[in-house]
Design a protein around this ligand. Structure first.
Ligand code: GLA
Length: 682
């Protein structure tokens, strides 16, 4: 039996093995829990499996770049052609360049005149394998590309179910559970931005609980699919969804995909922890490291468009008094913006609301020791705006068709350099003249068309470039990604931004579910979480300040109501929750996160490590039992004893083995109540 070249990438708890040859794309032999050092499949795959009846005389297993028309009957990594020719792909040569825990696989197809470079990186710190693909047109005619997968990975034959996430405005991260079957499983997003509708990621569970996760680092159209294979394994693929005609590569031109991040762990919490580590390493903090996440006051739900300078100054004073550290002036501050029908694009202060500009308010805020942040929505324009009257052709449209508005707005064509220059200049003017250290960057609609010729992907790249240009010129500025709440949450924009606004739904019970979905892929320090008003503006439900605070606390905390109106005991309680957050934030935002469901509407979330965790226990509905279930805490060590202190109550000591296997007795909680525990190893 022949010994092929193995490409083995090892993490702490994961291993990837590819079988390489000089004349073929590497075959996927293994992707999953860590194998012993040096373990290999032993022999070439084709030598270990006899050809079944009614099969091609050439065995074509899953490779890292499966191609169409050459004996592979599964999903192709590439759908492309040159005026109907050159639509098949089969590597005629393959070169693997290894660099530590990364490898570049260089495939050349001399027949189709296409080069493909696949970059694989396995980060041992996170156990996340990152894949991306670059295709170059080596022919002398344009190459139309309809699909180029960023990554192709196998799943083992006992993979049984996939959880993806859908949703809508005010209802993000709705878990969608599908069994894996012989039917193709596929999710697509064609809304032009990441979308509320189809988060670009999923997790897959296997019979033994092993869980695989993948997410696509991209803020635009995407598709992912999982298909059953003839050998019982599954093939998981992700890439950009490209519109017809969107990518036509001239000779010599290349198309580079965004990254696909994949990982594997013993359970879904392990997958989340790996993703958190990977996203943490992608975030570009001003100054290089994350400072403690400052408590926000966001003006939106307290004021909407009714900006009154004196009232906002009072608000700031009142906010500083309860411990707020960053004051974010939301929508309504710019020229003529009194409702959502006008003015997007006119990025200068409204002269009636702010006769002396924003400086007096901003100075007042910073004078109180808080940071000043500002809401913008750069990609958008209202037809009723000075910008649109001056440059009516700057918005995307298709000749002969009516422009479709959403929230009365159109989308600017960022691929026109003059548009980005205008936006950069307007934002730079604000940043250069005001003490602004934070931008809440919104995107309040889906795209319909993206130009006469589709430019969806170019639009996303230009938005990233505009953000990068702004933070390069103003490196102290942090950016929050928002799109009608959580419509733009993904690992792609995470390189340019520092916080996600997860939902406009501040109802604490709704938020518990939304935040759990978010935390499957993103770390808690990026999770914008505000204590909202009661009744909730989104749902009308009324929840106590304590419950709302305990739900918001593990994320990047904020307050989103008029704190001037909170008095007496409620005000003291608010101050105390903010102070509690400040004592906990380092631990909340630095460690691992586990979520769990104890049954009987008791959901829990723990932050920290084996030696010390902060546990949040939420009861969403009244109990249905006489005695509520105990909370089993899998992250604790059976070898240690722990002191458990419910916040504001007496501590008690317990064996880790007991807490892990039998569980912490649950305290008396009514519906929509919560309890926080500090659990510290003795
Ligand atoms: C979006 C955001 C809100 C707020 C409004 C302002 O809906 O999600 O938080 O900023 O826009 O118009």
């Amino acid at each position: 039996m022949s010994q092929p070249d193995w490409l083995i990438l090892n993490g702490r708890f994961v291993t990837a093995i590819l079988e390489c040859s000089a004349t073929d794309a590497p075959l996927w032999r293994y992707w999953g829990p860590r194998l012993a050092d040096g373990a290999t499949p032993g022999a070439a795959l084709r030598e270990t499996r006899p050809l079944p009846t009614f099969s091609l005389d050439f065995d074509q297993p899953l490779s890292i770049f499966p191609g169409l028309g050459v004996g592979w009957f599964g999903q192709s990594a590439l759908l492309a052609h040159r005026a109907g020719e050159d639509w098949t792909f089969q590597a005629t040569s393959c070169l693997v360049e290894r660099d530590g825990n990364a490898a570049t696989i260089i495939l050349r197809d001399d027949v189709a005149a296409i080069d493909v470079e696949i970059l694989l990186k396995l980060d041992p710190a996170s156990d996340v394998l990152t894949l991306s693909t670059k295709l170059t047109n080596k022919g002398d005619q344009p190459l139309d590309v309809h699909w180029l997968a960023a990554g192709n990975v196998p799943l083992p034959s006992d993979a049984k179910a996939v959880r993806s996430y859908g949703g809508r405005h005010n209802g993000e991260f709705v878990a969608i559970d599908d069994p894996l079957s012989r039917s193709l499983w596929r999710r697509e997003n064609r809304r032009g931005l990441t979308s509320h509708d189809a988060f670009p990621g999923a997790i897959v569970t296997c019979d033994d609980g092993t869980t695989y996760g993948a997410q696509f680092a991209w803020s635009g159209n995407h598709a992912q699919q999982i298909e059953w294979l003839d050998d019982g394994r599954w093939h998981w693929q992700m890439g950009e969804w490209l519109a017809p005609g969107e990518v036509a590569l001239e000779p010599g031109e290349a198309l580079e995909t965004p990254e696909m991040l994949v990982t594997c762990a013993a359970d879904a919490n392990g997958v989340a922890q790996n993703f958190h580590a990977a996203i943490r390493s992608r975030t570009n903090w001003p100054g290089g490291t994350m400072k403690p996440r400052p408590v926000h006051l966001n003006t939106w739900e307290g004021f909407y468009f009714n900006h009154d300078e004196a009232a906002l100054k009072d608000l700031a004073t009142s906010a500083a008094e309860v411990g707020i550290e960053r004051f974010v002036l939301d929508d309504g501050w710019f020229a003529g913006r009194n409702d959502d029908r006008t003015s997007l694009g006119d990025w200068w202060p409204d002269a009636n609301k702010y006769p002396n500009g924003l400086k007096p308010l901003a100075d007042h805020v910073t004078g109180l020791g808080m940071e000043f942040g500002l809401w913008v929505e750069p990609e958008m324009v209202n037809p009723d705006s000075e910008l649109c009257r001056t440059y009516p052709d700057w918005a995307f449209c298709v000749q002969g068709r009516p422009a479709i508005t959403a929230r009365n707005q159109l989308v600017l064509d960022l691929t026109r350099p003059e548009v980005c220059d205008y936006l950069y200049q307007k934002i730079a003017d604000l940043l250069a003249t005001l003490p602004i250290s934070y931008l809440k960057w919104d995107h309040n609609r889906d795209l319909t068309v993206a130009g006469q010729r589709p430019k969806y992907r170019a639009q996303v790249q230009e938005a990233y470039a505009l953000m990068a240009r702004i933070t390069a010129a103003f490196p102290h500025v942090e950016i929050e990604a928002c799109a009608g709440g959580g419509g733009r949450i993904d690992a792609g924009i995470a390189r340019y931004t520092h916080r996600f606004w997860v939902s406009d739904n501040n109802d604490a019970t709704s938020r518990i579910a939304i935040q759990r979905g978010f935390l499957q892929f993103m770390p808690p320090e990026l999770m914008g979480a505000h204590i909202g008003a009661a009744p909730s503006h989104a749902t009308g439900r009324v929840q106590s300040l304590n419950f709302r605070s305990m739900v918001a606390l593990p994320g990047h905390l904020g307050v989103e109501f008029d704190v001037r109106k909170v008095e007496g005991a409620q005000r003291e309680a608010l101050k105390s929750w903010i102070a509690t957050y400040k004592t906990m934030r380092d631990q909340l935002h630095g460690g691992k996160v586990w979520t769990g469901d104890a049954g009987d509407s008791l959901l829990w979330q723990a932050h920290g490590d084996e030696g010390e965790v902060i546990l949040f226990l939420y009861r969403t509905l009244p109990t249905a039992l006489r005695y509520s279930p105990a909370i089993r805490l899998p992250m604790l060590s059976e070898k240690r004893r722990y002191r458990v202190t419910p916040l504001g109550k007496e501590a008690s000591d317990h064996d880790g083995a007991w807490l892990k296997a039998a569980g912490l007795p649950s305290p008396p909680l009514r519906g929509e109540q919560a309890q926080i525990f500090r659990i510290i190893a003795l």
